[in-house]
Ligand binder design. Structure first.
Ligand code: GTP
Ligand code: MG
Ligand code: ZN
Length: 294
């Protein structure tokens, strides 16, 4: 029988079968020895014991796999950023976009807690939103206080497997509750002293919602690039750089010190945002430093 892992709990894998039954499974011993650790989102072959339990016999090949949050086979990632509490950061957004782009997963940027902004702050956030829209990203502005943007989010779930990801306290669980109040997911207050959330959600869980599957995930407090991400790959993770790559004088242009670089020219003329370019250079240095260390 075929199914999808929707939850990992206390050494068990909860598997949703094609007939929408939940079966609590253990992994077969031999399977553990082969060093495969199944994660949420994995499509699996199970042996149904007909008593609500079963065994995982095999894990299908993954179309993609994120380490943090640990999940496989995603069609799209909702990247949640609060505009306040915790504060919005261009750096963190670009970092997250690189991670998702490098896995060739479709990102959707979600700005949360829009209700907390005063007029001046709103203007700054609208500038950020239009920058990312101009690159081609979807940006959805939401507030669970006002109920805004909730419909727009729900409409994107159909027939897809989605993941909600973001720092702790940005409002992932709150937004899912706004989409479907019956979920009653636990939410947590922001720590006043730390200025961030308190890791309220502890496990990745796939939920059936809006005709698709959506994962609520534990928030992170920092975001490191995966070991396998190489400096040379970075240039392909910035769509507005990719668009201009053919206009660079040198074919393998890294857009740093090369003459005749179309990307640098676009930064000079203001067509590419300097925040994006500066983050690109910072990330490149970070990855190069890491490569030197190992
Ligand atoms: N004002 C306002 N507060 C919000 C909004 N969305 C969430 N919050 C608050 O932000 C806090 C954190 O929300 P959670 O939903 O627990 O955040 P999370 O991203 O799930 O956090 P973790 O599970 O720790 O990763 C709670 O106090 C929410 O009430 C919003 O749109 N406006
Ligand atoms: Mg949560
Ligand atoms: Zn270039």
């Amino acid at each position: 029988m075929k199914g999808t892992i929707i939850r990992l709990q206390g050494g068990f894998y909860d598997v949703m079968t094609e007939t929408k039954q939940e079966i609590r499974c253990r992994a077969r011993g031999n399977f553990r020895n082969r060093n495969i650790s199944p994660v949420v989102g994995d499509d699996v072959e199970i042996q149904d014991q007909k008593d609500g339990t079963g065994y995982i016999l095999a894990v299908d090949e993954r179309s993609n796999h994120l380490v943090r949050p640990p999940i496989a086979n995603i069609d799209q990632a909702f990247l949640l950023f609060s505009v306040k509490e915790p504060a919005f950061s261009y750096h963190l957004l670009d970092r997250f976009l690189v991670l998702i782009e490098s896995k060739q997963i479709h990102p959707i940027i979600v700005l949360t807690k829009m209700d907390l902004l005063n007029e001046d702050e709103m203007e700054a956030i609208e500038q950020a939103a239009s920058l990312y829209r101009s690159i081609g990203y979807d940006v959805i502005e939401t507030s669970t206080e006002k109920g805004s943007g909730v419909e727009a989010i729900r409409d994107l779930f159909e027939a897809k497997t989605s993941v909600f990801a973001g720092q702790t306290g940005v409002g992932k669980s709150s937004l899912l509750n706004a989409v479907a109040p019956e979920l009653e997911l636990a939410t947590g207050k922001i720590s006043k002293s730390l200025g961030r959330g308190k890791h309220t959600t502890r496990h990745v869980t796939l939920i059936q919602l809006g005709g698709g599957l959506v994962a609520d995930t534990p928030g992170f407090s920092s975001l490191e690039f995966p070991q396998e991400l190489e400096a040379e790959e970075l240039r392909w993770c910035f769509p507005e750089f990719v668009e201009r790559h053919d206009d660079c004088k040198f074919r393998g242009c890294a857009h740093v010190n090369e003459p005749g670089c179309a990307v640098k020219a676009a930064v000079e003329s203001g067509e590419i945002a300097s925040t994006r370019y500066d983050n690109y250079v910072t990330f490149m240095e970070e990855i190069n430093d890491r490569q030197r260390r190992y």
